[in-house]
Design a protein around this ligand. Structure first.
Ligand SMILES: Nc1ncnc2c1ncn2[C@@H]1O[C@H](COP(=O)(O)OP(=O)(O)OP(=O)(O)O)[C@@H](O)[C@H]1O
Ligand SMILES: [Mg+2]
Length: 383
């Protein structure tokens, strides 16, 4: 079934925006979703994800801008004339129809009589062959969601839009379905645009993630690139956890030296997305898993050339694969450190004096003019 779906092209939004009265839900946005990619729109509640998706579907009229599919301007096409289908969080299957008839619905509506082969292909694709004659209420949430995906895909859309389709599922099922949806997308090869507020979900599934904040795309990239090279405090805090340490640039060159936390820290200049003039201020970012902890008694065993900060453990949680420490230090009141549980140092308990140390190459630099806590609370609030 892949051959019908090679036509189409990239989804391209140019200057797309949406205002409701005086409120701007989506600021003018330029975005290209490459054909055949798994693309995620990620952001906290109210940032404009659904609005953007609905403008692609034609369910919401754009205030400004143009929607292209390949070279074709589809801005003024009604939803049913766009080669686009949407799967919502509430899968809204027809309760009185069995799974076969639910999946066949789009074909029947277009007057297609011989649906058997296509429905069978779809059932196989979503691995529900044994459930063909069941009613929706006889399926689990994840199975129902797969029916919803099959029901959309049988129309051979060029683009499948998914708005928090896994939001109603419990965590374990959600994880399974993430892999399942990814498999289905790889198999059919069409463009998926997936909306979620769950950063792990976006990173697990998508080739490209667009991080939205307040109606704008803050940064767009491959998951690992976004994680390793956030360019704003919002992205640094929203995507995983970052330690951000404010300092003053002492000297520049290939390597910057920054006075921070009562000492000197260094980082590669190429990892800074901020001005790097001497005397300027900078936020140094370091991910919790990149930091090693040494008890203060062992401070002299830390290799030279590493960034180091002294502090005191205020909290530790044993997670199984890792232990997560919170450390109070002149560089920040709540530095997060994740240590793999290989050989646990039993002296690292609350109250212990410690040295945090890391490879300077793992440090990134952000513009200090931003809110250092942007994006941090949303992570705590998320489920
Ligand atoms: N019809 C409308 N009239 C007025 N404001 C609206 C309307 N629809 C959406 N908004 C506002 O636009 C903003 C973006 O809404 P949108 O539904 O796109 O957010 P979202 O990112 O999908 O959030 P969530 O994760 O909660 O679904 C919100 O502040 C919302 O209140
Ligand atoms: Mg939404």
């Amino acid at each position: 079934m892949t051959q019908q779906q090679t036509a189409g092209g990239d989804v391209r939004l140019t200057g797309i925006s949406k205002t409701y009265g005086s409120f701007t839900a989506v600021h003018p946005l330029d975005l290209t979703v490459p054909q055949g990619s798994f693309f995620a729109l990620l952001g906290a509640s109210g940032c404009g994800k659904t609005t953007t998706l609905r403008m692609i579907a034609g369910l919401e009229e754009a205030t400004t801008g143009t929607v292209f599919l390949g070279d074709r301007d589809i801005t003024d096409l009604p939803p049913y004339k766009r080669p686009v289908n949407t799967v919502f969080q509430s899968y809204a299957l027809f309760p009185h129809l069995d799974i076969t008839e639910n999946i066949a619905f789009g074909l029947r509506r277009r007057g297609i009589k011989s649906v058997k082969k296509q429905v069978e292909d779809m059932l196989e694709l979503v691995q529900l062959g044994d459930f063909a004659r069941r009613k929706p209420h006889q399926l689990s949430g994840g199975q129902q969601q797969r029916v919803a995906v099959a029901r959309a895909l049988i129309n051979h859309p060029q683009v499948l839009l998914l708005d928090e389709p896994l939001g109603a599922l419990d965590l374990k099922l959600r994880r399974q379905m993430q892999l399942e949806l990814k498999r289905i997308q790889t198999e059919v090869g069409i463009t998926f645009v997936h909306v979620t507020h769950d950063q792990e979900e976006a990173m697990t599934m998508a080739d490209t993630v667009a991080v939205m904040n307040g109606g704008r795309v803050e940064q767009l990239g491959a998951p690992a690139d976004l994680y390793e090279n956030p360019r704003t405090t919002f992205v640094a805090n929203f995507l995983g956890t970052s330690n951000l340490i404010e300092g003053e640039i002492l000297s520049t060159g290939e390597e910057l030296t920054v006075s921070a936390g009562g000492g000197k820290l260094t980082l590669p200049r190429e990892r800074c997305s901020a001005p790097t003039a001497s005397g300027g201020r900078l936020l140094l970012g370091i991910r919790p898993e990149k930091i090693s902890l040494a008890h203060a008694d062992d401070a002299d065993t830390v290799a030279p050339g590493r960034n180091r900060v002294t502090g005191r453990v205020t909290d530790s949680s044993f997670i199984g694969v890792s232990t997560q420490y919170v450390v109070e230090s002149p560089a920040g009141t709540a530095l997060q450190v994740y240590e793999q549980n290989i050989e646990r140092d039993t002296r690292l308990v609350p109250g212990a004096e410690v040295v945090l140390h890391w490879n300077p190459a793992h440090t990134f630099g952000l513009d200090a003019a931003q809110d250092i806590d942007a994006g941090a609370t949303s992570v705590e609030d998320g489920e």
